[in-house]
Write a protein that binds this ligand. Structure first.
Ligand code: T4K
Length: 404
């Protein structure tokens, strides 16, 4: 137990952990199964270009997402670029795509990469999800599409966004990078809008080292995306689209399948961790676990809290420093809103106060199968000790940082 500021590793105490506890540790599944699959890949001598494991992975992801088509890809950023660049999005350089202010930079980068202009929209102050009321106000004659992001596995207000897109003749895409296995009410995330995008990056709930997918029920779109990921070659072997190389290789698919095998046990562990954190942090003022709408299923892959500086007596970044010194590698997801990032800083003309406030407060704590209930007890104890001495910790941190 840590009682005083002296006990904190930041000020000379022994660290709570000798080995890091991290956000984003890969869910690798059963290593023996992965190695069996890798042997199969090597025996097949088929390493990339739409191999059998890639097809198996696509079929399983499509089933999980409740859609007809899964087009697997090398990562989610390329998937978003392909959708924004699709002819159904249309648009001339400088045309606009509405994106939320609170997301990973990839969402806006994909738009800019295709020569369109990301128009940044503020978010709901509690969920951090794109706010449909504000979306409507941003639509202009140059708007071509809306991209909603299912942040932390929470479903966007999909029905309202679908209505807005329909009424205004816009394409609607969802960046579902953090939301595989989550639902909107009883419907799996994957089938909303014109298409959704998953990420299978190493840090995601299902990982394929690097990987992504476009999922959709639109057969023509799926066919075009299959062509685009393979240099534009269509089903007949002729180049039909301006393409890229977005293929998912067989080693990635082997990991993806193995990680997918472990999904349900990972979710069960995450859910238990979430409840343990909630109980352990209940009496800590100002450090509030995000509460999720119980109508939707969340995989609890991210253990998000907000740190209210006034109530906790210390800023999120000071708590982050305290935790990291203890080898608790929390993450400030996200430290800056989209319009605060250098490439987009000149573009926003309206204030985005909700996203800006959340970027000062949000913190992801370690969870996942490698983090036990005992670990959470220790992590929460450090948080409690830091908050109990919030003003003193803040003052000492400031003095030490100034002296460095
Ligand atoms: N849209 C959204 C909404 C997204 O969140 C993302 C990705 C994308 C699109 C783009 O998807 P991809 O193109 O990547 O498929 C990480 C991930 O790199 C990024 O994929 C993810 N979002 C984002 C939320 O998290 P960083 O900058 O935090 O990564 P990094 O290197 O700091 O690692 C985070 C933690 O994970 C660290 O504690 C280390 C740990 N880690 C990481 C890797 C790679 C491991 O323990 N093992 C590993 O192999 O972005």
């Amino acid at each position: 137990m840590k009682h005083s500021t002296q006990d904190l590793a930041l000020f000379g105490g022994g660290p709570a952990f000798l080995e890091d506890r991290r956000v984003g540790r890969p869910n690798q599944g059963d290593r023996r199964l992965f190695l069996d699959r890798m042997n199969q890949v090597l025996d097949n001598e088929w390493l990339s270009n739409m191999g059998p494991l890639m097809h198996e992975f696509e079929a399983r992801v499509a089933k999980l997402a409740g859609v007809r088509y899964c087009v697997s890809l090398c990562n989610a950023t390329v998937a978003l670029q392909m959708l924004v660049g699709d002819r159904a999005t249309g648009g001339e350089p400088g045309d606009e795509v509405i994106v939320p202010a609170l997301t990973f930079p990839a969402t806006a980068h994909a738009v800019r990469w295709r020569g369109l202009r990301p128009v940044v929209c503020d978010v709901d102050p509690v969920t951090g999800l794109i706010d449909p009321d504000r979306v409507e106000a941003l639509i202009t004659p140059r708007t071509r599409a809306i991209i909603g992001v299912h942040l932390w596995g929470q479903a966007c207000d999909v029905r309202r966004l679908e209505k807005i897109a329909d009424t205004n003749g816009l394409r609607l895409y969802f960046d579902a990078a953090p939301a595989l296995g989550c639902t909107h009410e009883d419907t799996p995330i994957g089938g909303f809008g014109d298409a959704e995008v998953f990420s299978f990056h190493a840090t995601k709930i299902v990982n394929s080292f690097e990987g992504g997918a476009i999922v959709t029920d639109d057969d023509a779109l799926a066919a075009r995306m299959r062509a685009v990921r393979n240099f534009g070659f269509g089903a007949g072997g002729r180049v039909e689209e301006v393409g890229t190389n977005g293929k998912l290789n067989e080693a990635a698919a082997a990991m993806g399948l193995t990680s997918l095998d472990a999904l349900e046990s990972t979710v069960a562990h995450n859910r238990a961790n979430y409840e343990t954190y909630r109980a352990a942090l209940a009496a800590v003022p100002g450090v509030l676990p995000l509460e999720y709408d119980a109508r939707h299923r969340n995989t609890h892959h991210y253990m998000m809290v907000t740190v209210d500086e006034e109530a906790a007596g210390l800023h999120r970044d000071v708590l982050l420093d305290v935790l990291r010194a203890e080898n608790i590698v929390a993450q400030p997801y996200f430290p800056e809103a989209m319009h605060q990032l250098q490439p987009y800083a000149d573009e926003s003309t309206v204030p985005l106060p909700h996203a800006e406030a959340l970027c000062e407060q949000l913190l992801a704590l370690p969870t996942g199968p490698g983090v036990s209930a005992d670990d959470i007890g220790i992590i929460s104890d450090v948080v409690r000790a830091a908050v109990a001495h919030g003003p003193e910790v803040t003052a000492r941190r400031r003095t030490e940082t100034t002296a460095q």
